[in-house]
Ligand binder design. Structure first.
Ligand SMILES: [Zn+2]
Length: 397
């Protein structure tokens, strides 16, 4: 059993022991029981503790649950036991405990609200989204305090996001959660982008554009909104406007520069504006010479002034900003210009850099570390929005 889980169970066991002892001693004042002296713990408690110490958490939790009568003093402990089941991946058992609690008429409004919140979390964990939604919507209208209503709202937002109901997620999160929580604000901008993407597929560019403006209004650092605005301009052949949108991205977040280089180069080619392209590259080289920018600039130099100049340029840049991808690219340039004997040696070296690069993801989530070859706007592992970025530095771009 893992240490945190064992610790949680031990804490729960101590709490149960204390409650049982208190309950028994309280009862003992009015009606002493000959079979159990007042202030002592029932046998079930020790049986449960024994299971726990023998690393049999399932049987321990089962025994504790049976030993503990539901009353106003023990509601919190029952809720905690249910949560413990859920955290162990047994949300169906958690549902049984929480539903059993909810059936008690003696619960206060606050206790009932707390149990309903936990039951909604159980349903979400089990993927029973309809049941979670019904419970959370009714909780919002019931007599619970503002903190519980806000917690219900957060869970509803999470639920609508899982269902890809972007408009409903936005309706629920706005304005309170979007204003208060930076993570939800960033996510909300991406929900606008998701809606824009749908409008783009349905050939409604004006609606898509409106949704993207709302995304930027919600979060001015939303790189994806400018990325998609550029795509909309590209769709109708407005390459200058597309380039303008994409050029804003390095200013919003320089770690996303790598994603705009290829489309920007294509736009400038179609505009037949080599100078504009070179000006953009020079600006990037001055402020943030990432390897992908160096490679693009070297490509342009090679066309204009030949391979030798391009090699010297890359070599200079690598001295100040070393990177594996840069070394690999430099070898490509050398290969272009090499005699057969040199070529064999370079090919051998290149095999090694290729191998090293193939084991490194091009994008990594800044929140959970999930690595992937392609860029995910929402991390598949931790579900955070906008936290996956191109890898930069020694091992990256
Ligand atoms: Zn992540």
């Amino acid at each position: 059993m893992s240490d945190p889980l064992l610790l949680a169970l031990l804490v729960a066991a101590i709490a149960i022991g204390w409650l049982l002892g208190r309950w028994e001693s309280g009862r003992g004042r009015h009606r002493p029981r000959p079979e159990m002296p007042s202030g002592t713990l029932p046998k079930d408690y020790f049986v449960g503790l024994n299971y726990l110490l023998n690393e049999q958490p399932d049987r321990a939790i089962e025994t504790f649950t049976q030993a503990l009568e539901v009353n106003s003093d023990t509601v919190e402990t029952h809720i905690a036991l249910g949560n413990l089941y859920r955290s162990r991946g047994e949300a169906d058992r958690a549902v049984r405990i929480h539903q059993n609690l909810l059936a008690r008429p003696a619960l206060t409004n606050a206790q009932s609200g707390q149990v309903q919140l936990e039951l909604s979390r159980d349903f979400l964990t089990l993927g029973l989204l309809d049941r979670a939604e019904r419970l959370l919507l009714s909780l919002q209208k019931s007599q619970v305090d503002d903190a519980q209503k806000l917690a219900a709202k957060r869970l509803l937002v999470d639920l609508f996001e899982r269902e890809k109901e972007w408009a409903q997620a936005l309706d629920t999160a706005q304005p309170q959660l979007v204003r208060q929580d930076p993570d939800i604000r960033r996510a909300a901008a991406h929900w606008h982008c998701e809606l824009a993407s749908k409008h783009r597929i349905e050939s409604s560019p004006s609606l898509a554009r409106k949704a993207l403006k709302q995304a930027l209004h919600t979060d001015e650092r939303c790189v994806r909104a400018n990325w998609m605005l550029g795509q909309l301009e590209w769709d109708i052949g407005h390459y200058r406007d597309a380039a303008r949108c994409w050029q804003r991205i390095p200013d919003q977040d320089p770690s996303f520069t790598a994603i705009v280089l290829e489309p920007l180069r294509n736009a400038y080619r179609l505009l037949d504006d080599e100078d504009g392209w070179w000006q953009f590259l020079e600006k990037q080289l001055q402020y943030d010479p990432q390897t992908s920018v160096v490679m693009m600039a070297a490509d342009t130099l090679r066309h204009r002034q030949g391979t030798e100049i391009a090699c010297a340029f890359v070599s200079d840049q690598l001295r100040d900003h070393p990177s594996l991808r840069g070394v690999d690219y430099l070898m490509d340039l050398y290969l272009d210009d090499s005699d057969p004997a040199e070529r064999d040696r370079l090919e051998l070296l290149k095999q090694h850099t290729r191998q090293l690069l193939s084991t490194r993801p091009r994008h990594r989530c800044q929140r959970c570390g999930f690595g992937a070859e392609q860029l995910h706007w929402q991390c598949p592992r931790c579900r955070s929005w906008g936290t996956s970025k191109p890898v930069t530095g020694l091992e990256g771009e």
